[in-house]
Design a protein around this ligand. Structure first.
Ligand code: GAP
Length: 535
């Protein structure tokens, strides 16, 4: 599937718009249109229902080590700045960036790709930030321009090796920046903190600086004690949160895949250190199954365990659920969700702070005494097991998903082109979105075949009966074949049509989006039929 086709459908049918588009847009920010809002809400609702509200606290789910409880939180976006100091984000949440002295643009160091090329006795590293499916074309035209060659002389360019990223080359002075005319305009890489800064209150001094949260997880950790004290939850249990997060990404790209404002769906699962490895396995597999059950099956979805050298110093296991997004080069996968075994790192950091280089062997800002300077809350975030009397700092398993990335993956997976008969029975190309019925923004459309003979009245009655239960759509405009196609294109799984036969026997046709199969049911049985189909 070509990504342009999906992007154009998303705009044309109201799934997604660029933010502030009438003012030229704002890079890295996206708005969801009427259908996109429903789709993303369905993704978040499915996650909340499957992980939290629909979870049965009293039985042991298949493959789980034990029965467990799930509960939720809704925390603020701006939190006490100390949270980010103790979490490590203040000191460590960096990307490396390079500036171009010529174009005055800034790029993420590891995202600039390019190739070595030689012509007329000079060797340069031609770079690009074009989408990967265009990088070949873009670097060729830049190299031709630089060496002042015409396309017919492209064979004078001696390409050396595959596309690599800037960190893989040792001589930046030979790199031709993505928007530069001469090599050597890129600065050495520098660190850039990804948290958005703001000020709280009217004074606006340094002490009033605060940050927009870069993840929802920390709200859960700092409320761990509150949840324990205000509910009767017992370990093992999970706290879930869905909410906005903000990261000042240096190069947002690939539609909503890397945005500066996005939503996360995170669980922090607290368990006894003795069983945490088993809980890690459970959550890894449970989360993978969730995507499969909602339609992301096949070889475009994979679960990838991190190699030991990829793991954070506190983690004994991390896996990513990845999807082969169509904007990536063939064979490449992009992260949908990470499932991390975080040990007791987070609760311990918020209790004790980062005062000891041995428990936190990271490069942290130092105080006057030369010690890392962030103090924890000093609160007791340990847990006492009533049955055994044992006290410990719980281990955490963190399945952390992106609502926008999941929505994008469901959009990519749903996009299908096939052929279907039109009204005259001729096979014509059609575009359809094969959303899982739970995710489809509209579950059913109701049509009168023609606008006469009481058909619109009967169709509206059916529509009104269904509306309190399902997102349904009524349409009486244009040829019925075109109405079907419009619904196929937004992924409506069922279309209900009132026709001549309805007037005789009170039955209507129901058409299946994917199989095109049509069958008749009594007009007053539509609700039951849809319920059966959706379950
Ligand atoms: N608490 C752990 C955490 O935040 P992460 O891997 O940085 O881990 C988790 O983020 C998920 O959030 C990612 O797998 C992705 O789905 C989503 N995400 C992260 N950065 C994003 C961005 N800039 N745009 C869209 N989604 C993003």
């Amino acid at each position: 599937m070509e990504m342009e086709k999906l992007v154009s459908l998303c705009k044309r049918r109201g799934f997604m718009f660029q933010s502030s588009e009438i003012y030229g847009g704002l890079n890295g920010f996206w708005d969801y249109g009427p259908l996109g809002t429903e789709l993303k809400r369905n993704v978040k609702d499915a996650w909340w229902r499957d992980m939290v509200s629909g979870h049965d606290d009293s039985s042991v789910p298949a493959a789980a080590p034990d029965a467990y409880e799930m509960t939720g939180l809704d925390c603020t976006i701006i939190m006490h700045p100390q949270v980010w100091k103790c979490s490590g984000h203040y000191d460590l949440f960096h990307d490396q960036m390079v500036d171009c002295r010529e174009s005055k643009r800034r790029y993420r160091y590891d995202q600039i790709r390019g190739r070595w090329v030689e012509a007329k006795g000079e060797r340069i590293f031609v770079t690009t930030v074009a989408e990967t499916d265009r990088e070949e074309e873009d670097t060729l035209s830049r190299a031709l321009k630089y060496f002042n060659l015409r396309s017919k002389n492209a064979d004078q360019l001696q390409w050396d090796g595959k596309f690599i990223t800037l960190p893989d080359i040792d001589d930046l002075s030979r790199a031709l920046g993505p928007d530069a005319r001469t090599p050597g305009s890129l600065t050495e890489p520098r660190e850039f903190n990804l948290m958005f800064k703001t000020t709280v209150g009217a004074l606006g001094g340094e002490e009033d600086v605060a940050f927009l949260r870069p993840e929802t997880a920390q709200g859960i950790f700092v409320n761990f004690r509150n949840v324990l004290d205000s509910t009767r939850v017992k370990i093992p249990f999970g706290i879930a949160q869905i909410g906005k997060s903000f990261r000042n990404e240096i190069t947002p790209r690939n539609f909503t895949f890397r945005s500066r404002e996005f939503e996360q769906m995170e669980i922090e699962f607290f368990c006894d250190p003795k069983s945490s490895n088993r809980w890690y396995q459970y959550w890894r597999d449970r989360r993978m199954r969730w995507y499969v059950d909602l339609g992301l099956a096949g070889d475009r979805l994979r679960l990838r365990e991190h190699d030991p050298e990829e793991l954070s110093h506190y983690s004994t296991g991390t896996a990513d659920i990845e999807y082969a997004f169509p904007f990536l080069p063939p064979g490449d996968f992009g992260e949908l969700e990470g499932i991390a075994h975080r040990g007791d790192f987070d609760l311990r950091s918020h209790m004790e702070g980062k005062l000891d280089e041995n428990t936190c062997p990271l490069e942290l800002e130092k105080g006057p005494d030369g010690k890392p300077k962030w103090k924890g809350s000093g609160r007791d975030l340990t847990y006492r097991d009533d049955a055994t009397g044992e006290r410990y700092t719980p281990h955490v398993i963190e399945p952390s998903a992106g609502a926008d990335r999941a929505t994008l993956a469901f959009l990519c997976e749903a996009y299908t082109e096939d052929e279907a008969p039109d009204e005259k029975g001729e096979m014509k190309p059609r575009t359809l979105m094969k959303f899982h019925p739970r995710l489809a923004p509209i579950k059913a459309a109701v049509f009168p075949l023609v606008k006469k003979d009481r058909m619109p009245d009967i169709a509206k009655d059916i529509y009104r009966t269904l509306k309190p239960h399902f997102a349904v759509f009524y349409d009486e405009k244009g040829a019925v074949g075109r109405r079907y196609r419009r619904q196929d294109e937004v992924g409506t799984p069922y279309c209900i049509t009132v026709d001549g036969q309805t007037l005789e026997d009170n039955t209507v046709t129901i058409r299946d989006r994917d199989t095109l199969e049509q069958w008749r049911v009594k007009a007053d049985a539509c609700l039951e039929e849809l319920r059966k189909k959706m379950s």
